[in-house]
Design a protein around this ligand. Structure first.
Ligand SMILES: [Ca+2]
Length: 413
């Protein structure tokens, strides 16, 4: 073990398990409960799809970790149809989007409180439909919400972002208005993204995909196309001040970062304030990235995956100057739905860990993060045999929705 590895490992042990003298809230700290992640085999045991090598140690198949604090998993609702997103309201109730084109509010015990209608029509074929939702930072007073959806547009379809106000009874959306469209429209039922997350400055990050078809895939590298991008917009859908491609000629000024394949996963790290993203790659190339202004995340030029048919992609390269490396990747894939950082102290070893819902992988990935690298991975709820579409954090608890219409709560026992 090299000196730098020892420093990292010590940091992992300290972060995950605390030290007896400095952290009274830490999990049990006797020597027997400490886990040396470098000696635990990775959670992934299947053969990788590609023969590619990671750019650095720990970029894939990190050692596994295991939660020691007792926690419980409760299925608190089912038969929700196709829920796509779950977010907490300020009072702890849950706002859930339904892919067919509506939303509903459930109380903290899972009971349905209200169905919300009145949204503009969604294009609910394939991966399209009602997608993500975010609350205005002033939601408690202005009742404004923002949502993303697949919209029929021109002769094709695209991902649009709209906003409106929940009416007094929270049963209808008032004044719905589209504030942004990820143009151009193409005809495809796939890779719409998307997630919405506000930054501390009150601007909205929006992720989208490249629509899967080759015509869209190539546009992930083009700065005059809204496909395969991360955007940063104001509450009115204008380019956010300070965006990297403002006034740069033939560019879309709402773009914040590019070279994205299909990102259904965004959250802000609670300690660093940085934007984290996970995206569906090709076969064996799902990625975790930290998104920075103006950066190129490489798709479809560099990737750790191959086509689902087995062919290599482009020049079959994984690294290129001017293109960002993922901080982690999965081969075989995770199929990342939504993500949420755990920011509370109820389960101390989870503080600032990242949880990502897995679709085809059928579990929730828990990632221990140290110095912006993945330092340990655990699979949660793998016994449920569910495609996890989204995960949310609220007050020490995690909530997750599945494609099969179930709502789970994960909390300290
Ligand atoms: Ca990438």
């Amino acid at each position: 073990m090299q000196a730098k590895d020892f420093v990292l490992l010590s940091a992992v042990i300290t972060l995950v398990y605390g030290t007896g003298c400095t952290n009274n809230n830490a999990a049990p700290t006797t020597a027997g409960t400490r886990v040396d992640t470098s000696k635990m085999p990775p959670v992934e045991t299947k053969k990788p799809n590609s023969k590619y090598k990671p750019a650095f140690n720990g970029q894939t198949r990190i050692g596994s970790v295991k939660t020691v604090t007792p926690f419980k998993v409760d299925k608190i609702a089912e038969k929700l149809g196709n829920p796509w997103a779950v977010i907490p309201l300020p009072d702890g109730r849950l706002l859930i989007t339904i892919k067919s084109g509506s939303m509903q509010i459930h109380d903290a015990s899972g009971a349905l409180v209200k169905k919300i209608t009145g949204f503009p029509a969604v294009d609910a074929g394939g991966q399209g439909g009602m997608l993500d939702v975010a609350l205005d930072p002033g939601f408690s007073k202005n009742k404004t919400i923002y949502w993303s959806y697949a919209e029929k547009y021109g002769s094709g379809n695209l991902m649009a972002v709209a906003k409106g106000q929940l009416n007094e009874a929270a049963a209808k959306i008032d004044n719905p208005i589209v504030i942004f469209r990820a143009t151009p429209a193409l005809s495809s039922g796939l890779h719409f993204g998307s997630r919405l997350v506000f930054d501390k400055g009150g601007n909205l990050f929006v992720s989208t995909g490249e629509r899967s078809i080759l015509e869209g895939r190539a546009q992930a590298q083009l700065l005059n196309s809204g496909l395969g991008k991360i955007f940063k917009i104001t509450k009115d859908g204008k380019p956010a001040p300070g965006n990297p491609f403002l006034n740069k000629g033939n560019t879309m000024p709402e773009i914040y970062a590019y070279g994205i394949r299909n990102a259904q996963s965004l959250d802000i790290h609670p300690a660093t304030g940085e934007l984290w993203e996970a995206e569906f790659g090709p076969r064996g190339g799902d990625e975790l990235n930290i998104i920075k202004s103006g950066k190129n995340y490489g798709w479809p030029v560099i990737t750790y995956g191959i086509e689902y048919g087995g062919d290599e992609i482009g020049g079959a390269i994984q690294q290129k100057n001017g293109m960002e490396q993922p901080i982690y990747y999965w081969d075989p894939v995770l199929s990342p739905g939504g993500m949420a950082f755990y920011s509370g102290a109820a389960i101390p070893e989870w503080k600032n860990n990242l949880f990502i819902s897995g679709l085809s992988s059928q579990h929730i990935a828990r990632l221990v993060i140290v110095n912006n690298k993945v330092a340990g991975e655990e699979r949660l709820l793998a016994d449920k045999n569910e495609r996890f579409r989204d995960v949310a954090y609220y007050n020490g608890m995690l909530y997750a929705v599945t494609d099969n219409g179930k709502l789970y709560r994960i909390s300290k026992k």
